[in-house]
Design a protein around this ligand. Structure first.
Ligand code: HEM
Length: 419
């Protein structure tokens, strides 16, 4: 839409409810398209958060600018307090919540800079490339098992059998989480990332934090070759990391390293199976894979509604002035479908030049795990397409059930037939 079709900035500064209902989870892009049509920024009321108001940024240029704006903070506690009732503040201040919040994705410079520096090196393209043989071996093993289970033509759930165990195994091996503990982890991650179940959410977070505390103690006693041992040593030697920060770092890496990549593989495979022309094109020329993965991230990436920031002072975003102390929701999924930046954005095109998409964010919080996610996706899609030329969906389009999560965009199950 051109500026002429936008509703006025004044109208958009009065809030409307953000319709996070069943229809939204089924087709969030329809909601974003309507918001983008109105203008780059809209004041909204969040339905499940006790009437909190927020500002959602939905167009590409404004979203990108917002992510690079140093006045938009991750951890503005003053701002946050305006939104929390006293009961919640007690909880917010509890040592437990502090422990899990003390990670780079909820920090601003200088803490953010210090925390990110501790893991940056582990995720450079070169270091990640060294993991390729291991990623390939895990992939092959999982696909062997899938092939066995699907040999008689029975549907196999691609999420349970492949998309979830691959990144979980890789991130657990990288961090040094023992094999026997990984099943628990998967359960906790799913609960933590799903909206609505506050109690179960808290129980899962407690369980995970308690477990990580023990694991860190074990690494101290018996150092390994893994990333977590490296972080324990960084803490103990140089005092560059608080104990809380160490736990939160492990928590963030495990959660971010797993829940996202699962759904890049799941949503990506679903998108390709629903667009057989694109799937054939890619299978016929696997050299398109790198670009195709960027397009899959753009087209239906694993993050749902938005990433959050707080205004530390009044900030003009597009044509709207957002006062100090407000929640700003930057919708990456919406920005990635902005027609001005990606013409015919609703069409999957594996040959599209999708670079510049915001699927991994932008600015100082740009995804530190992007090289790892890209590697896992490249190996996963290449091997699935090569090994299973007859792969097909084993459910009707209307049977696809999307997770009811504002954080994660992904399907609960993806039954496929292999032969
Ligand atoms: C940050 C997306 C995989 C670790 C981010 C951000 C996005 C993102 C959008 C920025 C959020 C913001 O600005 O608020 C994704 C997607 C992935 C993926 C789409 C997979 C397809 C991974 C993996 C890891 C990881 C495999 C880890 C091993 C992180 C961390 C941050 C982050 C630690 C915080 C960076 C910072 O605050 O500086 N990710 N991610 N991510 N991601 Fe990822």
């Amino acid at each position: 839409p051109t500026a002429g079709t936008s509703t006025g900035a004044t109208t958009r500064a009065s809030s409307v409810p953000l319709p996070l209902d069943a229809g939204f989870f089924q087709d969030p892009q329809a909601v974003y398209a309507a918001l983008r049509e109105e203008g780059p920024v809209r004041k909204v009321v969040l339905p499940e958060a006790k009437g909190w108001q927020a500002w959602i940024v939905t167009r590409y240029d404004e979203a990108r600018a917002a992510l690079a704006d140093p006045r938009l903070l991750k951890n503005d506690r003053v701002a946050l307090r305006q939104y929390l009732d006293p009961e919640q503040i007690g909880e917010f201040d509890s040592a437990f919540v502090e422990a899990l919040q003390a990670h780079m994705l909820s920090s601003d410079p200088p803490d953010h800079t210090r925390l990110r520096k501790l893991v940056n090196k582990a995720f450079t393209s070169r270091r990640v490339e060294a993991l390729r043989p291991r990623v390939e071996a895990i992939t092959e093993e999982l696909l062997d098992e899938m092939a066995r289970r699907g040999a008689d033509g029975e549907p196999v759930d691609l999420i349970d059998a492949f998309a979830s165990p691959l990144p979980m195994t890789v991130i657990c091996e990288l961090l040094g989480v023992p094999q026997n503990d990984r099943a628990d982890f998967r359960g906790w991650c799913t609960v933590v990332m799903t909206d609505g179940g506050e109690d179960s959410d808290r129980t899962a977070s407690y369980a995970m934090a308690g477990y990580l505390r023990q694991l860190i103690a074990a690494k101290r006693a018996n150092p390994g070759e893994d990333l977590l041992t490296g972080l324990v040593q960084a803490r103990d030697d140089g005092d560059r990391l608080e104990e809380n920060e160490l736990i939160a770092m492990a928590f963030l890496l495990l959660l971010a390293g797993h829940e996202t990549t699962v759904n890049l593989i799941g949503n990506g495979m679903l998108a390709l199976l629903r667009n057989p022309g694109q799937l054939d094109r890619l299978r016929a020329d696997l050299s398109l894979m790198g670009g195709a993965i960027e397009e899959l991230l753009r087209y239906d990436g694993p993050l749902n509604l938005a990433t959050t920031r707080f205004t530390s002072e009044p900030v003009r975003v597009g044509d709207v002035e957002i006062p100090r102390g407000q929640i700003v929701l930057v919708s990456l999924a919406s920005a990635n479908h902005d027609e001005h930046r990606f013409p015919d954005a609703g069409r999957l095109d594996v040959t599209r030049r999708s670079s510049g998409h915001l699927g991994f964010g932008h600015g100082i919080h740009y995804c530190v795990g992007a090289p790892l996610a890209r590697l896992e996706a490249e190996v996963a899609f290449t091997r699935i397409l090569t090994r299973f030329p007859n792969l097909s969906l084993a459910l009707e389009p209307h049977e696809v059930r999307w997770r009811q999560s504002t954080l994660i965009r992904g399907v609960e199950h993806l039954p496929v037939r292999i032969f």
